[in-house]
Design a protein around this ligand. Structure first.
Ligand SMILES: NC(=O)c1ccc[n+]([C@@H]2O[C@H](COP(=O)([O-])OP(=O)(O)OC[C@H]3O[C@@H](n4cnc5c(N)ncnc54)[C@H](OP(=O)(O)O)[C@@H]3O)[C@@H](O)[C@H]2O)c1
Length: 238
């Protein structure tokens, strides 16, 4: 399905990105994974094995993105889930934290696509990482984060138009049981998973394998561009 194709995954050293890397290799492709932490990067490349390469990159730093893409000869697909941000109630959140989703998740992916573009195959694609909070914002606070995910959907449609025939799509998952949740306290994780289970039609969080399958679909279906795919267990419907 991806025979001989190169997929660059910024944020491919953990969670959803790492699982996408595994599925790309299983589909016959090659991967270049990126992340900020060198030790995590080395461990991911070693775990992925044959067909995997990697380099340190911080997507919130344009110079770092330029260096990262300088060493890549060419790529067929870009997936850019690597970001770090916070959210909180509108009336209480600091400006710094409120602005973090746009700084990291929106502009990080915008510039990743910008620096990748000269090396992207015309038959290739970009998959942007959004989130289902675009359609159904979190009840416990996250206005800027919800808006950031909605902005990424707009960016995907605009880039699909401007970059054609390169295809550009957005994956917008609901809650995913990924490594991300090892970075919060067990209480915060339990609160988020209980609320999501109560809200989603399928009454559970998603798996990284399910989200990765959606990403590979967007990469490989040659007639899909400008789309947003919601692997969210029906969360946005209720
Ligand atoms: N998990 C969920 O419930 C969920 C739901 C909806 C959407 N998402 C979206 O999915 C994305 C990834 O989530 P995940 O669950 O896979 O998280 P994760 O397991 O924490 O993985 C995040 C990956 O991104 C890298 N990264 C973080 N900041 C980066 C930066 N500035 N530059 C380059 N790489 C960076 C991390 O490595 P380093 O720390 O070493 O840089 C790691 O490889 C996020 O954008 C999130 O908004 C997640």
């Amino acid at each position: 399905m991806l025979n001989g194709q190169t997929v660059v995954i910024i944020g491919g050293t953990s969670g959803i990105g790492l699982e996408v890397a595994r599925q790309v290799l299983a589909a016959g492709g090659k991967v270049v994974v990126g992340g900020r932490d060198g030790a995590r990067l080395d461990a991911a490349v070693a775990k992925l094995g044959d067909g995997a390469d990697g380099a340190v990159v911080d997507s919130s730093d344009k110079a770092s993105l330029a260096t990262f893409f300088d060493r890549i000869d060419g790529l067929d697909h870009l997936f850019s889930p690597g970001s770090s941000y916070g959210r909180g109630p509108f009336a209480e959140i600091s400006d710094e934290l409120a602005e973090s989703p746009f700084r990291s998740k929106f502009w990080g992916q915008y510039y990743a696509a910008r620096y990748a573009l000269p090396k992207l195959a015309p038959t290739g694609s970009v998959v942007l990482m959004g989130g289902a909070y675009s359609a159904r914002p979190p009840a416990d606070g996250g206005a800027a984060y919800a808006a950031c995910n909605a902005a990424l959907e707009g960016l995907g449609r605009a880039l699909a138009l401007e970059l054609r025939p390169i295809r550009v799509n957005v994956v917008a998952p609901g809650l995913v049981d990924s490594d991300l949740w090892t970075k919060v306290t067990p209480e915060v994780k339990a609160h988020n998973f209980a609320a999501y289970t109560a809200d989603a039609l399928l009454a559970r969080a998603g798996t990284t394998a399910e989200i990765a399958q959606s990403v590979l679909y967007l990469m490989t279906n040659g007639y899909t561009t400008g789309s947003v795919l919601y692997p969210d267990g029906g969360f946005a419907l209720r």
